[in-house]
Each structure stands twice: as structure tokens, then as C-alpha cells.
Design a protein around this ligand. Structure first.
Ligand SMILES: [Cu+2]
Length: 127
């Protein structure tokens, strides 16, 4: 290979790497999001726990009594507890069972929650 070709390959490789880094840091990464289902002054949101929380962002309507149904499919003990610090809730999530957690929706805001070890994170938006 001539030196020119080698230089061109190195240059292209460098550009590809820069492109990847830009995408990694500034690209829009997809976060799953969902809404509760509202009926009769009651709203219910569903979150599947499987390698994380799906949807990762759940939006509830302010002022309407809400329930979130967690369903853990993931066998890992990491996700067997869910902690919602803003609501003072620490809840066990037995595998393959629906667990219903009532949520106070009086105050609008963004509320983070996590697994018992604070490794997986989700968000509840009340607005
Ligand atoms: Cu964990």
C-alpha cells in the first residue's frame, strides 16, 4: 500500500471515531415513555420491570387519584424492590405478579425512583 492510501485510511478512521463520539454524547438517545390511562376520575399507569423500567418515564395527570401497577419479569434480585423516595414508598416486587402502588398526584413535579440498590432509574412526571 502506498503511503497516501494509508494516510487516507487513518484519516477516515479518525473522522468515523469523531462522528461516533459526537453521536454518543450529543445524539438523542431513546427513552421509553408512557402515559396513564384515565377513566372515571381514576388513572392507572403500568410499568414492566425487565432489565430496567418500561416505560422509563411515566406521565400522570395532576389531581386525579393514580395507581401504578408494577409487574416484574426480571429474575434479578437487583430489581426486587422499588423505592419512590418522594412518596415514602419502598415496595417489594415479587416476580411475575402485579403490584399496585397508589400515588399522590396533588403536587406537580418530576419524581425519580429507583431499584433498591439505586442502579436502575425511572421517572414519574405529574402535570
Ligand atoms: Cu438494583
Amino acid at each position: 500500500m502506498s503511503l497516501m492510501v494509508v494516510k487516507a485510511i487513518v484519516l477516515l478512521g479518525g473522522l468515523a471515531l469523531i462522528g461516533f463520539i459526537l453521536w454518543w454524547f450529543f445524539g438523542k438517545h431513546q427513552v421509553s415513555s408512557g402515559h396513564s390511562v384515565v377513566s372515571d376520575q381514576q388513572q392507572t399507569g403500568s410499568i414492566i420491570v425487565d432489565g430496567g423500567y418500561n416505560p422509563a418515564v411515566l406521565t400522570l395527570k395532576q389531581g386525579i387519584p393514580a395507581k401504578i401497577v408494577f409487574h416484574r419479569k426480571d429474575p434479578s434480585s437487583c430489581l426486587e424492590k422499588v423505592v419512590l423516595p418522594d412518596f415514602g414508598i419502598i415496595q417489594e416486587l415479587p416476580q411475575n405478579k402485579d403490584v399496585t402502588i397508589p400515588i399522590d398526584t396533588q403536587k406537580a413535579g418530576v419524581y425519580n425512583y429507583a431499584c433498591g440498590m439505586d442502579m436502575f432509574h425511572g421517572k414519574i412526571i405529574i402535570k
